[in-house]
Design a binder for this molecule. Sequence first.
Ligand code: HEC
Ligand code: HEC
Length: 362
Amino acid sequence: MRSSAPLFFLAAIVASGLVRAQAPLTSLPTLTDEQMVAAEARYQRYCSLCHGADRQGHVNDHAPSLKSKSLLASGFPRTLREAIAYGRPGTPMGGYLDEIGGPMTLPEVRELALWLATVEKVEPFSVTHDPVAGDAALGARVYAENCASCHGANGEGGTGTALGNPVMLGLTPDRFLRHAIAEGRDGTPMPAFKDTLSAGELDGVTAFLRSRSSGWKHEKPVLATPPPLDRIVLNPEAAAPDFTLADGLYVSAAELDRELKAGKKMVLLDTRVTSMWQMTHIAGAVPAPYYSSREEVLASLPADGTWIVAYCECPRAAAESVVRSLRESGVKNTAVLYEGIQGWITLGYPVVAGRASPGAAH
Ligand code: HEC
Ligand code: HEC
């Protein structure tokens, strides 16, 4: 009978609600040494370009810190896994799961999320899914005064993440958002507001953000097949394009559009994670993600001086890394689209959906 006393004690704590909102997980599952090495290698290959070799964030495209204990403790496992698997469409964060055209299997995504939490030795707590009730109108005022300067007047993002992104809102529980607002993100510009805003204001701004989400639903995508390697050269019989490169590297969207419309011969490389090519790309572009090996890319390209134009999301980091690598291998006539595909779309130039719609011929 005596042995039941500690259990009774524990049950009493749980009943008292002391551990309800932030139940600590007993411990993180352990990765083997081999899994740790493999996960770190994947991190360096796929993620360091934007999130930094040391996971510090803000190396490219305002990618957030993946070291922040505040993020890891509240985001592990679900929010981290979902961000890595499906990305944040509408931002430079692509999805890495093979199901949507990414390079990783689900177990690899799970391992990577666990590795991120393990290297920072966080004690994750499971974020509960009960909604945060708050006064959204008050929250709108709090937002305009305290948040818009970094996150944008319409949640479009800037120094801070795009908080108006319906996919981000669709995948993050209210408690995860509130935790980020109250505790901030250590090691980043995101301040903790728990001492400057009242509990009502914290609830209100969380409710305001939630009110911006538009009921996003995940549908299983149908993947398009990239064109075969012998068909990657556009207009193989035509003349070479006439580009004037800025800084010896950049071609403008206007010039690229003009030469594509004139039917000139070239190769267009989409250097983003392939899941982003699946969603939308410039017609004729083939996926050559920034993490491909140099040999892989070289093997698929013509070696006869055909012009090669690379682009990425916003606007140049991934494309530049691919073109730099090609130039180091002696490939001639290479260029980077200066505005990136986001600029290209904003300027009104055409793109096509890579994802075949169900039942479509191709
Ligand atoms: C091309 C740049 C880029 C690459 C490469 C990239 N990310 Fe991101 N990532 C971003 C940006 C930008 C965001 C912020 C998205 C937003 O505004 O919601 C982000 C967000 C995230 C988040 C959500 C963090 C939060 O604060 O909610 C996680 C987790 C993440 N990335 C992990 C990864 C991992 C792991 C990889 C590699 C498999 C990776 N990212 C590759 C740019 C990138
Ligand atoms: C000084 C600039 C700044 C201000 C002011 C600011 N933020 Fe942030 N916020 C950031 C940055 C930068 C990040 C990304 C942190 C990182 O790098 O990990 C962020 C992250 C967040 C996140 C996490 C998003 C995600 O995808 O995980 C939320 C939620 C958030 N901020 C809400 C707010 C709210 C609400 C306010 C106002 C009460 C606010 N922020 C004020 C800079 C700011």
